[in-house]
Design a protein around this ligand. Structure first.
Ligand code: SAH
Length: 383
């Protein structure tokens, strides 16, 4: 099987640079592109990045790339790749996804069918199986993806399985949760560090607080879930076990954290507590039922991160207007605190009655949202 892999970490639009930074911190050289960050590594790097990347969506192996203007070119291109180095005899290998953008080939189901035929033919040849007799697909699954952008095909195998935002700790999520990897990315974008107080005054299922505590305690986000590669025969079990053990050993429960989550809805507070416990963070975060209008603190230099209700989601427009206005009145007196507020409401600054120091466009799923950033006074002076 393969020694060295060309790899891609996929990321939501706007989060590529964050994923790039995470990969660099893990020791990789990277190339940041739209929606993806490229790097290379061995089997253990597939394991490590799946376990440790907080903001990425998936890790994929790039099997090959080639021009594909016609179905013939696509077939020959896929056939020409070294599938025998990835797919053991008996493996399941669905062409799980085909995507065509700005390309002559645009019929995605046909791209899937042609690609499948090409892989089958290659494996039949390699394993000396007669043509016409279908290969048995009974073993581990390797999900293949074909993406054609401007007539160039990239053929990949997904190593992750269900997306990396699914950490496994959030069993209940309430009405409008933020994705775990988006929450982690926003924390990494913010000026919060584990030695600063953090408050999420609209914490819902507790995602921001839990992700922050995981960062603070150096908990690998993937420790409580499984990955597609774990079923692959050529992924050595001892490598997987070693990486998991290292991740467990890295947890530091002695770090002093000051993380609080509040919500007006007592049921959400119960859910947040359960999720935190599931993430191994029992009694690490303070969760309490409280209206954000009642938020007061004497602490300084903290960070508020909030993903309040948006009009389209939870509250009617009038109620949102009032809520955002009250947020401004409540948060503004906390002068040394930085505030990061994520909402799709383009009138946010007017309602909050303050122009943000910085705005950043992000996508919460398919919904365009902005991260409004207000920096605390001390931070501003030193900047
Ligand atoms: N980020 C959260 C989702 C937040 S949804 C998660 O990942 O689950 C917005 C939350 O704001 C809801 O849970 C809602 O109950 C809460 N909320 C609405 N009005 C509030 C108020 N006045 N004070 C505090 N919380 C409020």
């Amino acid at each position: 099987m393969k020694e060295q892999f060309n790899l891609i970490a996929t990321a939501a639009a706007g989060l590529e640079a964050i994923v790039g930074r995470e990969l660099k911190d893990l020791g990789y050289q990277t190339q940041v592109e739209n929606g993806r960050v490229r790097f290379t590594g061995k089997a253990e790097d597939i394991i490590k990045t799946n376990l440790w990347l907080r903001a990425a969506d998936r890790i994929k192996i790039v099997v090959g790339e080639f021009p594909a203007h016609t179905f013939e070119e696509l077939f020959q291109g896929v056939f020409g790749l070294d599938w025998e180095n990835y797919l053991p005899l008996g493996a399941k290998f669905p062409i799980a996804k085909a995507k065509c953008v700005k390309s002559k080939l645009h019929n995605e189901p046909s791209v899937q069918a042609i690609s499948k035929k090409a892989v089958v033919k290659k494996l039949q040849k390699h394993f000396h199986r007669p043509e016409g007799v279908p290969l048995q697909e009974v073993g581990a699954e390797f999900k293949i993806e074909v993406s054609i952008l401007k007539d160039r095909a990239t053929v990949m195998i997904d190593t992750t399985g269900s997306s990396l935002f699914k950490r496994g700790y959030r069993t209940e999520k309430g009405g409008a949760p933020i994705k775990e990897n988006m929450a982690a990315a926003i924390l990494m974008l913010s000026n919060w560090y584990p030695d600063k107080p953090l408050i999420d005054p609209t914490c819902g299922s507790g995602t921001f607080c839990i992700e922050a505590a995981m960062i603070g305690q150096k908990r690998a986000p993937g420790l409580y879930r499984e990955f597609a590669y774990e079923a692959w025969p050529w992924m050595a079990n001892d490598l997987i076990a070693k990486a998991r053990q290292e991740a467990k050993d890295s947890i530091d429960e002695t770090v002093v954290l000051d993380i609080s989550g509040y919500d007006i809805d007592g049921r959400m507070i119960e859910i947040a507590k359960k999720n935190a416990e599931k993430a191994g963070l029992k009694n690490v975060i303070e969760f309490k039922q409280m209206r954000l209008q009642d938020l007061k603190t004497d602490k300084i230099n903290g960070v508020i991160i909030s993903n309040p209700p948006y009009g389209e989601r939870l509250l009617d427009d009038k109620a949102v207007d009032i809520l955002y206005n009250e947020m401004g009145k409540t948060f503004r007196p906390l002068k040394t605190w930085s505030k990061f507020i994520l909402t799709s409401d383009e009138g946010f600054e007017t309602k909050y009655q303050q122009v943000a120091d910085k705005k950043r466009k992000l996508y919460n799923g398919t919904l365009k949202v902005d991260l409004y950033q207000f920096f605390g006074e001390r931070v501003k002076r030193h900047a």
